[in-house]
Each structure stands twice: as C-alpha cells, then as structure tokens.
Write a protein that binds this ligand. Sequence first.
Ligand code: FMN
Length: 247
Amino acid sequence: MPKEFDRDSISNTLIVAIGLSLVCSVIVSGAAIALKPIQQSNEELFRKQIILEVAGLMEPGADVRTLFESIEERVVDLESGNYAEDVDTAEMVAIPDELDLAGIGERARYIPVYHVMKNGELDQLILPVYGKGLWSTLYGYLSVAPDGNATRGLQFYAHGETPGLGDQMDKEDWRAQWDSKELYGDGDQPQVRVIKGLVPDGIDGGEHMIDGMSGATLTGNGITGLLQYWTGAHGFGPYLNNFRENS
Ligand SMILES: Cc1cc2nc3c(=O)[nH]c(=O)nc-3n(C[C@H](O)[C@H](O)[C@H](O)COP(=O)(O)O)c2cc1C
C-alpha cells in the first residue's frame, strides 16, 4: 500500500516551503530581467521630459521623442572643457575636499550635455547638476544661454527635501527667477547664489542673486554650493568659458 503524504511532518513542510520560495524567486527574478528594458526606456523618457521642461519646450500631451528632436546630446570632457567622442563615460574623478561644494566626493570625467537648437542655431545649453541639500542629493538640470553666462532655467527632478520647506525649489514662481540671472561677474569665479530672504530691489550684484526659500535656508545653501561647484573650475567652468570667450 503506498505511503500517505504526511502534511505535518517537518521534512515535508520544509520541502514545500523551500520549493515554493525557489519558484517565487525564479518568477521575481524573471520579471525583473524582463522589465529592465522597459524601466530603462521609461527612465530615458523621463530624463528627456525634464530636459524639455527646463528648456521651456515641454507641452502638455506632446510626444517627448518628437520634441527632443531639436536637442543634440554632446559629451564634454570636464578637464579640458572640450567635446569628446568615443570615451569611457564610466571614468570617475575624485573631487578634492576643498573644491567639493556640492558634497558629492567624485564625478564622471565625461558628462553628456544638451544643445537646444532653434532655427539651426544654438539656443540653450542644458547641463546636469547635482549635489547635497539638507537631507538628500538634489538632481537637476541648469539651462544656460549660448553666452555661457546667463541662466535660462533650473529644474530639479529628484530630491528628498521636506515637503513645504526644502521642496519650495519645485515651485513655479521660485523657479521663474532662474530666467536671466548671471552665473559670473568679471572673473571666472561663479557668483550665482541663493540668498537668505528676498533680493532687495536694485542691490549691487542682484543679477547673481535668487530669493531664499522661507524656512529652508539650508536647502538653499545646498543649491548655491552645487551650482557653484558645477559652474566652477572643477565642473563645467572651462566648458562655459569657451562660450563666454566667443560671445
Ligand atoms: C522636520 C524638519 C524638516 C526640515 N526640513 C528642511 C528642509 O528640507 N530644508 C531646509 O532648508 N530646512 C529644513 N528644516 C529647517 C532647518 O532645520 C533650518 O531651520 C532652516 O533651514 C533654516 O532656514 P531659515 O533661516 O530660512 O528659517 C527642517 C526642520 C525640521 C524640524
């Protein structure tokens, strides 16, 4: 007579539990592998959408891929400030502590930037910028005019600052201030900064200043630090300098 399956024995319970875990883990890993290309394509689409938004080109309901056709991606070698081709974009460079105003420790040597073209001419340069706020790393894009100096916009797309405090950086009226500020004064040292309080009318150097976010001075300081790093000599400074010299 065949032996009956003992559902309550320890060995059978273990066999069923382990078997079930194996089946589930195969399903979960299979799904992760199968969904990876979709996830990457969605991330790419999201990144393109943010670039279009900071460039002021995003329209509700418009096709992101079609709008992005007016944008050219170029890779910049941050050491020289020149464009590079066929390079290893995974190469990282340590940032000396005294220069690390963004608090990021290291950065890639070769970084993609975006040329927004209008009637065949360069209209905006879109640069990726990121660095520490108060609680989190803020990731965004800065739009600069072809003179390498005037800002056209700044938009963050990922951060973990506090809702109602640090996240005021996402508000449209605060972001609107980034149209037509100046990154540099007479020298190569970045001057643009988020101040504490409101920028007084007619103040000397007001062209470099952005209103502070009430109750969120520390996030504002983070934005100042990361922008001064990325527009400085260790960031896109040499690249932007090429445009400033030619304008
Ligand atoms: C729970 C909590 C969350 C906070 N989140 C932020 C934040 O996201 N960004 C920020 O700059 N300050 C934040 N603060 C306030 C800072 O500690 C600090 O008081 C503020 O940045 C100073 O800015 P103020 O001089 O404009 O008041 C937070 C404070 C608390 C208690």
